[in-house]
Design a protein around this ligand. Structure first.
Ligand code: CP
Length: 310
């Protein structure tokens, strides 16, 4: 097979004309960048620009749903999925990685990171917006919003819903964001957890139940949380058997629930710990609806935030 004339392996034998043509095309693209990226047909139909998705901690639901939401809304997602294979492995800092990706002109960032990274400070240092896709224990705003829209879709007025969180509340960024959101929606919140899974400070107005049966009687929405072993200290004690007995959602407990209750979990689930797999088929279980709604909610958010100035 003859070698392809379009390959570029080295810079030997380039004509002055080729270099001149490349430079003028480059500078023309740069000059017209905003106009190009906003006009359908210059790139491909519906294309609005790129979005940089940086997932520095593992994710399935949030990453895929942001990718899908960006695609549906016309923003091509560029994905950094873990540090393996990136210059972070060579010692580049996260901040420097972001500055370099910003130089490539994405229209916004979507970032998942641990608590060590200061996402709030990063917002001040770059000129494009950041959407928090899960920040250590501090917050997971789009998860709380997709949970809330799922509750709203199924049950209506959020202020009338008693939302109960069960389990590893201390390490949950989902709960942190629900507490922030409840100030707007007016939803009453409650916790039920082993003592070492409760936060040191309980937010004012949040109820705490010691017995799961009493908590389930109070709740209209039951949100089981993943036990986040990766965020526990090395000496943290945890017994699956005790947890399952005292806090696990099983068929026996579900059968006693109000027929209008909702059973939720932000995922991923440790089956046989937080939830028994048989409850997935219960009509009150909306765990996969949360995932489905996650894409629509994130698409709506992206369109509301970034389509306005097109
Ligand atoms: N709920 C949630 O954030 O799931 P992922 O970690 O799979 O994104």
């Amino acid at each position: 097979m003859p070698p392809s004339k379009s390959s570029l392996i080295n810079l030997k034998n380039l004509s002055v004309k080729t270099v001149g043509s490349l430079f003028s095309k480059t500078l023309e693209l740069k000059k017209n960048f905003n106009q190009y990226q906003r006009s359908a047909g210059v790139y491909h139909s519906g294309y609005k620009g790129t979005a940089a998705l940086l997932f520095l901690e593992p994710s399935t639901r949030t990453r895929f749903s942001f990718e899908a939401a960006c695609s549906r809304a016309g923003y091509h997602p560029l994905i950094l999925d873990g540090i393996a294979g990136t210059s972070l492995e060579k010692g580049e800092t996260i901040e420097d990685t972001i500055f370099n990706i910003e130089a490539m002109r994405p229209l916004f960032f979507v970032i998942r990171s641990d608590d060590q990274f200061d996402m709030q400070q990063m917002v001040e240092k770059i000129s494009v917006p950041i959407i928090n896709a899960g920040w250590g224990k501090r917050g997971h705003p789009t998860q709380a919003l997709l949970d809330a829209v799922t509750i709203f879709e199924k049950r209506g007025d959020l202020a009338k819903q008693n939302i109960l969180f069960i389990g590893d509340i201390k390490h949950s960024r989902v709960v942190s964001s629900h507490i922030e959101l409840a100030a707007t929606t007016g939803s009453p919140l409650a916790f039920c957890a082993p003592e070492n899974f409760l936060p040191e400070q309980i937010t004012s107005g949040v109820k705490v139940f010691r017995k799961l049966e009493e908590a389930l009687d109070w709740a209209t929405v039951i949100m089981a949380l993943r036990v986040q072993k990766e965020r526990h200290g090395v000496d943290a004690w945890f017994s699956v058997e005790d947890y399952r007995k005292n806090f696990g959602i099983n068929l026996d407990r579900v059968q006693k629930l109000n027929p209008d209750s909702l059973l939720m979990h932000p995922g991923p689930i440790n089956y046989g710990v937080e939830i028994e797999s048989e409850i997935l088929t219960d009509p009150r279980c909306v765990i996969l609806k949360q995932v489905e709604n996650g894409v629509f909610l994130r698409e709506a958010l992206i369109r509301n935030l970034f389509d306005g100035d097109l």
